[in-house]
Design a binder for this molecule. Structure first.
Ligand SMILES: *Cc1c(COP(=O)(O)O)cnc(C)c1O
Length: 371
């Protein structure tokens, strides 16, 4: 008898046995680290959000939240200059992405038409949740390799496929794709949906929301986790053609109608009402990013050009795994992916200026005493 026969894993479905779940970055509880490992915003939520939480009518929690997220969607539609029926909200953009995979990529395969037998595509180096969702929902996929300099392989993305998933700016590279490139991908086949994950767009990218008047086959997904400092509140959204939004609503209402709780909805509205804080903090992060990049380059690191709130770095003379451990010993957490092509790079979230000073100081010491 194997272990699986003896314990309750014998009750698992075939699906559960076959899964390879996503592994989130560490949230340490044992000691205080300078956390540069999960791309959280180092600044607190906007003062308007804090006030909204402090004055939230707790009594309201006995009621179910608005299942359609009307107030939140109104704030989002106003901010992005789109109609209310072009906006869908969910419990973090991970959930919205998962619903989009189910809504648009699990086509019935018709053996008569070659097109429907195509797989969806995404780059080999990108957000590692995409292959997890594809496997969870039995969606055939293939990856296309990023170029050696980690830019998008546009020609291979143009080839026929059942759909395209792009993070723009990409993760963990931070490299942004121009809107013209997304436009040409969308125009190449209007029967193919392009899912553009814009988790980091506010730190220097261009949003594909600008392309929506031209294309009904682009769905843009964003989050309040990064640029609005609300990772713990779990608010994400999608913007696209009303028929795409309707498909997402059909999935949601077949699963859980109340994905966004009342407090989260209140915070989302308050976050968009306090635009000053958003502008100040995102610009501060971009300024810190450029300063950190220069300091790292003078220590001999290569830094990819980032339009995100993180940088992807490597050093010819130091192993990323060693640097990761030495930084951890110095109380600084960064992200190291043990994955082909990027195992010698580190992804470093942009913290406050003092955080990044400590990071640079630690690396200066590490690179000095191992000469
Ligand atoms: C952080 C991140 C998300 C998830 O954001 P949540 O809204 O917190 O679920 C989605 N896509 C990418 C590329 C991310 O880095």
């Amino acid at each position: 008898m194997s272990d699986y026969d003896r314990d309750a894993r014998r009750l698992w479905s075939r699906k559960v046995h076959g899964l390879t779940p996503y592994v989130p970055g560490e949230q340490p509880r044992d000691r205080v680290f300078i956390k540069l490992n999960t791309n959280e915003n180092p600044y607190p939520p906007a003062p308007g959000v804090i006030e909204a939480i402090q004055t939230f009518p707790v009594e309201r929690l006995k009621l179910y939240p608005d299942p359609t997220g009307l107030a939140t969607r109104t704030a989002l539609a106003d901010y992005h200059g789109v109609a209310l029926d072009q906006v869908f909200v969910g419990n973090g953009s991970d959930e919205v992405l998962a619903m989009a995979f189910q809504a648009f990529f699990n086509h019935h395969i018709d053996p008569a038409t070659a097109k429907e037998t195509e797989k969806i595509v995404f780059p080999d180096i990108t957000y590692s949740f995409y292959p997890v969702y594809a496997r969870l929902y039995d969606i055939p996929y293939r990856t296309v390799p990023l170029a050696d300099d980690f830019t998008m392989p546009l020609a291979s993305l143009q080839a026929p496929s059942a759909g395209i998933v792009l993070a723009n700016p990409n993760a963990p590279t931070g490299i942004a794709l121009a809107l013209d490139d997304i436009r040409s991908l969308a125009a190449a086949d209007r029967d193919r949906l392009i899912l553009v994950d814009e988790a980091y767009v506010d730190f220097g990218g261009e949003s594909a929301v600008a392309l929506l008047p031209e294309f009904d086959n682009i769905l843009v997904i964003q989050t309040l986790s990064k640029s609005r400092s609300l990772a713990g509140m779990r608010i994400g959204f999608a913007i696209g053609d009303p028929h795409l939004i309707h498909a997402l609503e059909r999935i949601r209402d077949s699963f859980n109608s109340y994905t966004l709780d009342s407090l989260a909805q209140t915070c989302a509205v308050a976050a968009f009402a306090d635009g000053h804080w958003f502008e100040t903090t995102r610009i501060r992060i971009m300024t810190t990013r450029e300063r950190t990049t220069k300091a790292l380059e003078s220590l001999g690191f290569s830094v990819l050009p980032s339009a995100a709130n993180f940088i992807f770095i490597r050093h010819d003379r130091y192993q990323a795994a060693d640097l990761y451990t030495r930084l951890r010993d110095a109380g600084i957490l960064v992200r190291h992916f043990k994955q082909p092509r990027i195992e010698n790079s580190l992804r470093v979230s942009i913290g406050t200026d003092p955080d990044m000073d400590a990071f640079i100081t630690a690396l200066t010491e590490i690179t000095a005493d191992s000469q």
